[in-house]
Design a protein around this ligand. Sequence first.
Ligand code: HMG
Ligand code: MG
Length: 313
Amino acid sequence: MIAPQVVARDNLPQRVRIYEVGARDGLQNEKQVISTVVKAEFVERLVAAGLRTVEATSFVHPKWVPQLADAEDLIDRLQPVDGVRYVVLVPNAKGLQRALDRGVRDIAIFASVTETFSRRNLNRSVAESIEMFTPVVEQARAAGVGVRAYVSMVCGDPWEGKVPVTQVVDVATRLVALGCTELCLGDTIGVGTPGHVRALVRALIAAGIERDQLGVHFHDTYGQALANVLAALQEGVTTVDSSAGGLGGCPYAESATGNLATEDLLWQLHGLGIETGVDLHALVRTSLWMAEELGRPSPSRTVQALAASVGAA
Ligand code: HMG
Ligand code: MG
């Protein structure tokens, strides 16, 4: 089996939790409609490869994201697996009710640090979006449901340009104060670089956010995602988002391309001797199978490099 030579480095976490977003961030962006059966098989294969946190779908308005209009059906098809968390995106009270009705135990709300993206993505100003999230977080926490809060456009915005670190800290701390259990920094359009990531993580920790509450979510538009992950790990972050095969984008963010590919992330983490619990080759087979379903090759360099050696998809 081809695998990276393991050479550990000081001052990095021993274990990283990979938060897999392919089924949600990836498939929300596909032009063609993927059947619920294929989506369910995708999620099952992700779990079988060892992923333990899988963002499965979104309970948003089906007109806004028709690709995920089958959220109820998909959740009904997923088998509970010990230690596996299926997370769903929820924007408002209606979305939460839909999720609770399906027995979901983990949700993610999603705010923007910029006004333009907030309006485009949620039809609300930033302040109005926080107002919308307040009862959602309260009700979810009262029901014992875990709540991740995304903050998008943390490294730059396609309409507003540069985004000050202080603006990110302001929105992030307001979300955490609502009672969210986790905070995830979204570089939605992949413009961030490692110094920027370090500055953001340090500023959030200085503002009182716990290191182990923080996750990072990089789109790979400018090829910076892996470098940005390493910068975050060096600051002690241990939750990293990625998408199998590098699927992804955001239908409401201009110039958002795929997320960091989980396989590329695994190659780096395993080479550094960092445990993930994920089987790289099983995941490559899954992404090759998904690429066939989608009718185009995976953009992941690691998937491409290992395609010939991993066996049948
Ligand atoms: P709105 O039009 O302002 O909604 O949209 P509203 O509250 O005015 O309600 C209008 C109608 O929609 C009502 O129905 C509601 O019941 C219904 P009517 O009474 O007219 O028949 N409705 C819903 N139906 C089903 N499910 C719901 C729901 N909510 C209202 N949850 C809304 C506001 C938030 C709904 C809309 O803007 C929306 O759905 N946005 C979702 C956008 C989205 O999913 N974007 C992609 C995810 S974000 C992302 O990818 C970034 C991330 O990856 C991190 C990063 O990269 O940075 C997370
Ligand atoms: Mg995203």
